[in-house]
Design a protein around this ligand. Structure first.
Ligand code: GLY
Ligand code: MN
Ligand code: MN
Length: 430
């Protein structure tokens, strides 16, 4: 899609949001809504601030991630008003907003000071955002029922949002290719992260989340958070879970690679990749997301049996005895949007067999979800199994061998369409 088409879709997106917000405000008895973009809090006892990324509803309307102390006023039947914070400041650069077509649908004003703007007559007003930014602002602050209704407006992505998510995927994939090449050349985790940032052209602080880059055993820590600067003595495995923001929208992609000496681990990656593609093929309107999660457990059981990691138990028994949860302890995925774990995924809590599932809804056209099965060798989960009553069904020497490769995760971003699904990640890879 050309940039011109994308920008024209953004104008449609704003019209759709105007309708959705109007309905939410009407339903909850409000005449208007003031949204704060937020501001980076100071670190405790320090004069330094955390890196700022912006509040979800503000990003939903504007996509402007780096703009602190800005405000947006939404009123049914009237043009939105956006106040941009434009301080006179010789310590920091004042952000500049280049002109784009969406600004024709919005009135834009500026504020020199960080506080809320003085408003025209707005009737019954709701104000949403980080409470630290709302002190002294008139109106109802963060009313819970309205917030839930506004979260719901983010569940079904507009054409503009889908286009942004697809671009975020394409950008991240160039980083994943560079990361794999760096790993195969013997790079450290730190150098893999530099290769990723260089290829995506995005500093890590602006990415949707801190990249997870685990080489060898580190690939077995689900959210491994360090970057070793030491080049590995032997490059056995790389798990990289990394995304990009494009106009506020996130990608969230994981790929796992095996080093040249690791044929057994490479075969396991291939098996998980096939399973992951089958799970992506399940995505369609009317499918309960938890059923994809449960299907993943059956697939993991089949892989464990085929690899000889577990013997003497059928697939159903491996699931019911909790063995698959030791190898695949997290949920199959979540909603994706202007936040990596996007809102409104759990109107009902997850079932007891899937406690970490972040999405418990039945899929509908327009939702964007991740599909991210994993198969890990995590000592703290495996050790009790290896010393418990099921130990006789496990192959400890093979488990120890594969523990040096940490684990596997494969994660794509998938749009639910009217007829089935569109895999935004694999489409960019082809
Ligand atoms: N990157 C975090 C996740 O996959 O949910
Ligand atoms: Mn991820
Ligand atoms: Mn994810």
């Amino acid at each position: 899609m050309s940039d011109t088409e994308l920008l024209s879709l953004q104008t449609d997106h704003l019209h759709t949001l105007q309708q959705r917000y109007q309905q939410a405000l009407d339903a909850h008895g409000y005449d208007s809504l003031l949204v704060s973009s937020g501001a980076a809090p100071r670190r405790y006892g320090d004069d330094q601030s955390w890196h700022f990324q912006g509040y979800g509803p503000f990003l939903h309307w504007t996509g402007l991630t780096g703009w602190e102390h800005c405000w947006l006023l939404i009123r049914p039947g009237q043009r939105p008003v956006l106040w941009l914070h434009q301080p006179v400041d010789f310590w920091h650069a004042t952000p500049v907003l280049p002109w784009e077509p969406w600004q024709d649908a919005v009135d834009i004003d500026t504020l020199e000071q960080p506080g809320a703007p003085s408003l025209p007559r707005v009737g019954r007003l709701a104000v949403i955002g980080d409470p630290a930014c709302l002190t002294g602002v008139a109106g109802d602050h963060n009313p819970v029922a309205l917030l839930a209704a506004l979260d719901e407006t983010r569940v079904h992505k507009t054409g503009y949002e889908v286009a942004c998510l697809a671009r975020a995927n394409a950008l991240a994939l160039s980083g994943h290719r560079a990361a794999r090449e760096a790993f195969l050349a013997g790079a450290s985790e730190f150098d893999v992260s530099l290769a990723y940032q260089q290829a995506t052209g995005q500093r890590e602080a602006d990415a949707p989340y801190h990249s997870i880059i685990g080489v060898n055993e580190h690939a077995g820590t689900l959210h491994y958070q360090y970057y070793s600067t030491d080049a590995p003595a032997q490059s056995r495995s790389l798990l990289i879970d990394a995304g990009v923001r494009f106009r506020g929208y996130c990608s969230d992609i994981t790929r796992t690679s095996a080093g040249p000496q690791e044929a057994r681990f490479a075969a396991l990656i291939q098996g998980l990749d096939q399973l992951q593609r089958r799970l992506c093929d399940m995505v369609a309107p009317g499918v309960a997301y938890v059923d994809i999660h449960r299907k993943a457990h059956q697939g993991i059981a089949a892989l464990l049996g085929a690899a000889g990691l577990v013997t003497g138990l059928d697939d159903d028994a491996m699931v019911s005895e909790g063995i698959t949860r030791v190898f695949f302890p997290h949920g199959i995925g979540h909603f994706l949007g202007v936040q990596v774990h996007d809102v409104a995924g759990k109107p009902v809590p997850p079932p007891t067999d899937a406690p970490f599932l972040r999405l418990t809804r039945t899929l509908e056209a327009g939702m964007v979800v991740t599909i991210e099965p994993g198969l890990y060798f995590i000592p703290s989960l495996l050790d009790p199994l290896l010393s418990g009553p099921l130990a006789g069904h496990l192959n400890p020497s093979l488990i120890r061998e594969l523990q040096s490769c940490g684990g596997i995760r494969i994660e794509d971003n998938v749009l639910v369409t009217g007829a089935g699904a569109r895999n935004l990640t694999r489409a960019g890879e082809a």
